[in-house]
Every structure is written in C-alpha cells, then in structure tokens.
Design a protein around this ligand. Structure first.
Ligand SMILES: C[S@@+](CC[C@H](N)C(=O)[O-])C[C@H]1O[C@@H](n2cnc3c(N)ncnc32)[C@H](O)[C@@H]1O
Length: 324
C-alpha cells in the first residue's frame, strides 16, 4: 500500500504520522471524509453504501496484536493501550469487520475468543480444545436440551448455549452462590441466545428430567452419578472431565451401574509458530487439562440367554497390536 490507507477499495493519502494518541482516530475520520464527504458522524457512515458489514459503537470486538488477543467493547471515549500503541476504540466504528488499524487487527470475536478472553474466571474452566470435542461427543445440535453439572465460571455454558441455538435449552447447576453469580454475569454479558437457565443448587437437590445429554465437571462425579442418571433420557450421552487418573478409575467403577458405551480419552493439542520459513511447534504447550469420559445412559438392562449355534470367532488379525 505504500504511504496510503486502503479502505473499501479506495486509496486515501495518509496525512498523518501515526505515532501520537488520537492519530488513528483522526486518520479514520480523514478516510471517512474522503468516502462520505458530507458525513462526519461514524454512525451515519453506513456500510450498506458499500455492501459491507461495519462495526458499530458498543460492538464487542477482538483486538489482535501479534499472538495476543483482547476482547473489547467499542466505547466512544475509551482507548486500548497495548504494546502496539494506543488505539482509540471509536476509530474502529464504521470500519468493516476485519480491519487493520495501525499495529492492531480488529475482528468479530469467535466463540473461542469470547471463552478465552471474555469470561471472568473464578474457577478452572474447560478450554476450547476439550469443550468443542465435548459438544460433538454429546451429539448436541440445534434444539437439544442439555444439562451441565458444575457451572463454575460459565465457560462451557457459553459454548453449550451457542451449539444448541435459540430453540435449544441449557440448564446449568452450581452449588456455590458466588460462582453462580459470576457465571450469571458472564452469561448475561456474552451469551448470544436467551436459552440458558443457571440454577444455584447442589445437584442432589436439583429436580429435572428429559435431558438429551449432560456434562459433569465435579471433583467426585461418582457420588452423584445415580442421581444425574435420573435426569436423562434413555441413551443420553453423558460426559465427565476429571484431572487425575484415580478419579477416572472411580468414575469408571460407578459407570458400571446404568451406563454403557463407556470411553476414556484425553485431547493433546499442540500449536505451531506461524513463521512460514521456519515452521515448528511452539516451545511451550499445555501438557494436561483433564481426562474426558463419555458414556450413554442404559434405560433398560434385561438379562437373557441368547440361544443358537455360534461359530468360534475368527482371531482378530490386529489383536497383537493392542495391549489390555
Ligand atoms: C471446575 S468448576 C466447573 C467449570 C466449568 N466447567 C467452566 O467451564 O467454567 C466445578 C464447579 O462445580 C461446582 N460444584 C461442586 N460440587 C457441586 C455439587 N454437588 N452441585 C453443584 N455444583 C457443584 C463447584 O462449586 C465448581 O464451581
């Protein structure tokens, strides 16, 4: 681009050196004057004139500086102070979603940005690498009715709410009042759909039924399993996250009563440096978050003798590759 700012395919000479506070704001005003000469008010610049979706005052945005991200609201008199300089947030108002302003890139936040950079954390949260996988194992879709046991900070709640959509329902139980209050603030501020009910109660005192799926993030899930089972539809996928291997063993023991299709897994996630010429993994990674367990509610268990002649099963050619 050289010494020009490119905006909506219009080249505008840069009259400013972008070093001081307010430079970006003045620059954006200069650009807009060029595009809409008679309109100095950001709200009236209107992206519709260019067929482009524009950022508006009070929109939630993610500001990206190198590998760092910050969730911000485009408030009139506020600035973002970061390593890339001072960015008056109003300077993004009227720009298309996905704009580079000086050293910063400004985008519409993804659900991952919201969870990682918007949620006020009072508890350990479930990270996106686990959370997105959990949604697929619970077979969540638009309209699902899902139960979450252990709201914590509401990080997973936000994703559940997004995945089940406006016709779905999330009910999330939290026994600690302070966590419940914090999660409620997070959900009120950040959730997209009004489909979530946060309940401040111990799971032992909760009453409910007909859930399509459940996710349990408690330290001792095996103590509550029999009760949680009563809230679920037959066959409902149910997930658990626990940080240690002995908690996995306890949960597995408990799942023998009334659950089938049991699986245990862990998700290892590694990021790469984005240097095209020297592509390699990041030096540091999060080595462990938690073990995931999944199972499905058995509605009925009927003991029966299966009659008939069976041929002896052929040996599995791959069997030697597996160890029990
Ligand atoms: C690790 S946090 C959950 C974090 C959450 N998954 C997130 O992503 O933000 C576990 C929560 O379970 C809650 N909890 C523990 N025992 C409970 C019980 N019996 N009934 C309801 N909530 C419980 C704790 O107070 C804690 O806030």
């Amino acid at each position: 681009m050289g010494p020009h700012g490119l905006f909506c395919q219009k080249v505008v000479p840069l009259p400013y050196t972008l070093t001081k506070t307010g430079d970006y704001y003045r620059l954006s005003r200069a650009i807009f004057r060029e595009i809409r000469p008679n309109c100095d008010e950001p709200e009236k610049r209107g992206g519709e004139a260019f067929g482009v979706d524009m950022m508006q005052e009070n929109d939630l945005v993610v500001v990206v500086y190198r590998e760092k991200k910050y969730l911000k609201k485009l408030e009139k008199d506020k600035s973002f102070h970061g390593k890339g300089g001072i960015l008056p947030l109003a300077s993004a108002v009227g720009c298309p979603w996905g704009t580079r302003l000086g050293e910063y890139e400004v985008f519409r936040p993804t659900i991952e940005d919201i969870i990682m950079h918007g949620v006020r954390r009072e508890t350990q949260i479930i990270f996106p690498k686990d959370a997105f996988f959990i949604c697929s194992k619970l077979d969540l879709k638009c309209g699902s009715k899902v139960l979450e046991v252990g709201t914590g900070s509401g990080a997973l709640t936000l994703l559940l709410s997004r995945v089940v959509g406006p016709d779905g329902r999330v009910v999330s139980i939290e026994k600690e009042e302070r966590h419940h209050r914090n999660a409620r603030k997070n959900v009120e501020k950040l959730a997209e759909f009004p489909n979530t009910e946060l309940v401040n109660t111990d799971v032992n005192d909760f009453e409910g039924e007909g859930f399509d799926a459940a996710f349990v993030d408690l330290r001792e899930p095996w103590l509550y399993l029999a009760r949680i089972r009563t809230f679920l539809k037959g066959g409902a996928p149910t997930g658990f996250i626990v940080p240690t291997a002995n908690q996995v063993s306890e949960t597995l023991q408990a799942l023998r009563q009334g659950f089938g299709d049991v699986e245990v897994m862990e998700i290892i996630f590694r990021r790469y440096k984005t240097l095209a010429a020297r592509l390699r993994p990041e030096d540091r990674m999060i080595g462990h978050t938690g073990y995931l367990l999944f199972a499905r509610k058995l509605e009925m268990v009927r003991e029966m003798r299966v009659e008939g002649d069976f041929e002896e099963a052929a040996p599995d050619p791959d069997a030697e590759n597996f160890t029990e």
